[in-house]
Design a protein around this ligand. Structure first.
Ligand code: HEM
Ligand SMILES: N[C@@H](CC(=O)c1ccccc1NC=O)C(=O)O
Length: 263
């Protein structure tokens, strides 16, 4: 065993293939920024799947340990935008044309994280029709319960009043706001004898959503300073499309409960 063989460094470090001709100096930054993001997304998926499995086993403490790791990765990914922020609009314009129609829409790991957190959209599968492995993973994640579904099942088993239509919902559908859950969370947040384990779990989910939004926001701002209001290579309106994504929410009831909190 050696450092290089253990980490498969030969393969890793020979996996950067700039397509610009002549090769543009800054394309390597662009490739490595994406590759490191994909590696972190791989670990996020790994940890979220384990957290969901642990929720299903009522092992709350260990699930939260996985989520703590996810939160730390998210902070790293968000800070990482500062590296790409050193790419000037002109530098990017000089090799952007070589990227063709490829775009972040085609990140199956990103889509997998969105699905696992509840932002499901069957239409997004079409992008992966020519990639059977990615398609299979996303089909599975589309149909399976989300992390939030599994957490609500934990609450139901702890005798919280989770409606049957929530517990037996069609999990391939995107999450919709369930007002009946707000008093459930109110009971956790407002109690004189707060169940701190459940409270921590709720707050960890809020942290994950907050961190996800921070990443989306920094993506949007990096895109805006790099390509302004040009349309995206993936065919979207660009900045306007990314702005609308900021309205998405994974755990709306955990935010709605704040409005109801008295003393
Ligand atoms: C200069 C750098 C970047 C620019 C100009 C840019 C631009 C865009 C644009 C315009 C879109 C909308 C889709 C389209 O029409 O193309 C998009 C989507 C996306 N980008 Fe980027 N991006 C950049 C870097 C990155 C990086 C480093 C990542 C990291 C993985 C990333 C991940 C994504 C993802 C996942 C989406 C889909 C978002 C969704 O569906 O909500 N992008 N990007
Ligand atoms: N959508 C970007 C292109 C882009 O960023 C991109 C292109 C190829 C591979 C990954 C990319 N990153 C995220 O969207 C653009 O419109 O410039």
């Amino acid at each position: 065993m050696s450092y290089g063989s253990y980490l498969d460094l030969d393969r890793l470090l020979s996996s950067q293939h700039p397509v610009s001709k002549p090769e543009h100096h800054d394309e390597l930054l662009f490739i490595i920024q994406h590759q490191t993001s994909e590696l972190w997304l791989k670990l996020i998926l790994h940890e979220l799947l384990e957290a969901r499995r642990l929720f299903d086993q009522d092992n709350l403490g260990k699930a939260l340990k996985c989520i703590a790791r996810v939160k730390a990765i998210q902070r790293t990914m968000t800070e990482q935008w500062s590296v790409l922020g050193t790419l000037t609009p002109r530098e990017y314009a000089q090799f952007r044309g070589f990227l063709g129609n490829s775009s972040g829409f085609q990140s199956y790991q990103y889509r997998g994280v969105e699905f696992l957190l509840g932002n499901k959209n069957r239409g997004m599968l079409r992008v992966f029709e020519s990639d059977p492995e990615a398609h299979a993973l996303l089909s599975t994640l589309l149909s399976e319960p989300t992390l939030y579904d599994s957490f609500l099942a934990v609450l139901a088993r702890a005798d919280y009043d989770i409606p049957a239509d929530v517990l037996h919902r069609d999990t391939s559908e995107p999450w919709v706001f369930h007002k009946e859950l707000v008093p459930v969370f109110q009971k956790i947040y407002e109690s004189d004898d707060t169940p701190w384990g459940l409270y921590e779990a709720c707050e960890d989910l809020v942290d994950v959503e907050d961190n996800f939004q921070a990443w989306r926001f920094r993506h949007l701002r990096t895109v805006q300073r790099t390509i302004g209001f040009k349309v995206g290579t993936g065919g979207s309106s660009g900045v306007d499309f990314l702005k609308r994504a900021l309205d998405l929410t994974f755990f709306p009831e955990l935010y709605a409960v704040r409005t109801e909190i008295g003393s």
